[in-house]
Design a protein around this ligand. Structure first.
Ligand code: GLC
Length: 392
């Protein structure tokens, strides 16, 4: 008999966490799992989920949790959804929906899983405290995070025990390596032998786009790196850091990058553009909880250079499947980029090993198997412990 998992999802914009969920839903074995996704409100992401053939339930939007007038109603709707779908497990996609989904699951006596994508960190303290409260109040809650770094951070900061299930990438839905090349060259006017370094992601100050630009500024001083070009794919999202993002082209100008840098703005087909890059640079200055673009770049056979902190440092085997560089230091990043720009063989070797590692270890199929085992264990009443005295 299959396990019915009611995934509770907010009206998210389609960022990393949503790409992970799509890959998970598309790859879960229907003989073992019947997923149903309940959306609190409507949005384009709901149609993407429905397009996979997954059952979708629309619940009324809740509004902001800081004005909690809608909370009791939302919990009531969720309880009805748990009963109507015959859910065996409630899967809260993120900390905010957990505040609603966990109490609803508890009242209906169904175990809950909370999937955390961010935190804990001083700059996100309120949300982390919320999750802590929920975990303490709902005894049968299992918390799952995508990296060991996150599990350790949650344990250190709030004595919260979390299981680790790393994210995976849906290889079947990925563009073919190299397929975006012609579009990148025609949009930029760069020569065919350009070594394209791409920085992809939302433009938010901790993502280190400025560090990437400053590293590029150092690189262009060296004639050995004359083929290097710099592609920035992404825009400000969620209304955060908009002024900072708007200032990046001016910084590129000051650094003398001229037409060797190109800003595409937000692009829904970002992966297509990445499939035209030789290298993908991830320059976050704070620990990235996971960093989807790292495994996406790897799966596209690009050479990935990432900050040596957080999730990416668990994914990249330095010198074999990519390179790690100290965070927040343009000169260190520039040195790694220089090696990549001036050594075609190294680039090919790292790219091929990265693709292989992505297929073997970071696929959505592997992730879906782990999740399926976890959901079944939780549904079967396996003991879950969210607070305690030892780390994962
Ligand atoms: C969040 C995290 C990011 C992670 C993604 C998917 O956006 O900031 O690191 O890759 O969720 O888990």
């Amino acid at each position: 008999m299959s396990t019915t998992v009611l995934v509770v999802q907010g009206t998210a914009e389609r960022a990393g966490a949503e790409r992970v969920l799509l890959g998970l839903l598309a790859n879960a074995d229907p003989r073992r799992i019947r997923p149903v996704v309940a959306f609190l409100g409507d949005g384009p992401f709901a149609s993407e989920v429905a397009a996979l053939g997954v059952e979708v339930v629309h619940l009324p939007p809740v509004g902001r949790l800081r004005q909690p007038t809608g909370v009791p109603a939302a919990i009531r709707h969720l309880r009805a959804a748990i009963r109507d779908t015959g859910a065996d497990v409630v899967h809260a996609a993120g900390e905010k929906v957990a505040l609603l989904a966990c109490p609803a699951a508890r009242t209906e006596r169904v175990p809950a899983v909370v999937r955390l994508h961010d935190g804990p960190a001083p700059w996100r303290a309120p949300a982390s405290i919320g999750v802590q409260l929920v975990a303490a109040a709902v005894p049968k809650t299992s918390v799952v995070v995508p990296s060991q770094w996150m599990a350790e951070a949650f344990f250190r900061r709030c004595r919260l025990h979390a299981d680790v299930i790393p994210n995976g990438i849906d290889l079947a839905r990925l563009p073919a390596p190299g397929s975006g090349r012609a579009d990148v060259l025609s949009a930029t006017g760069w020569p065919a032998d350009a070594v394209v370094f791409a920085h992809a992601g939302r433009l938010e100050s901790w993502k280190g786009t400025d560090v990437f630009l400053k590293a590029a500024g150092r690189l262009i001083e060296d004639p050995a790196a004359e083929r290097a070009r710099f592609l920035i794919v992404g825009g400000a999202l969620y209304g955060r850091d908009e002024r900072w993002a708007a200032g990046l082209p001016a910084l590129a100008n000051e650094l003398g990058l001229g037409d060797r840098v190109h800003f595409t703005g937000f692009r829904p087909d970002a992966l297509h553009l990445l499939a035209g890059a030789d290298a993908v640079v991830h320059a976050s200055t704070r620990p990235e909880p996971f960093g989807m673009v790292v495994i996406e770049g790897m799966a596209l056979g690009a050479t990935v250079i990432a900050s040596a902190i957080g999730g990416p440092s668990e994914v990249i085997d330095h010198g074999r499947t990519g390179l790690l560089a100290a965070p927040g230091r343009p000169e260190t990043l520039a040195a790694a980029m220089h090696t990549v720009a001036s050594d075609d063989d190294l680039r090919r070797r790292l790219g091929a090993a990265a693709r292989e590692a992505a297929e073997r270890s970071w696929s959505a199929a592997t992730m879906a198997r782990r999740w399926t085992d976890h959901w079944e264990a939780v549904a079967g009443g396996a003991a879950t412990r969210t607070t305690g005295s030892s780390a994962a």
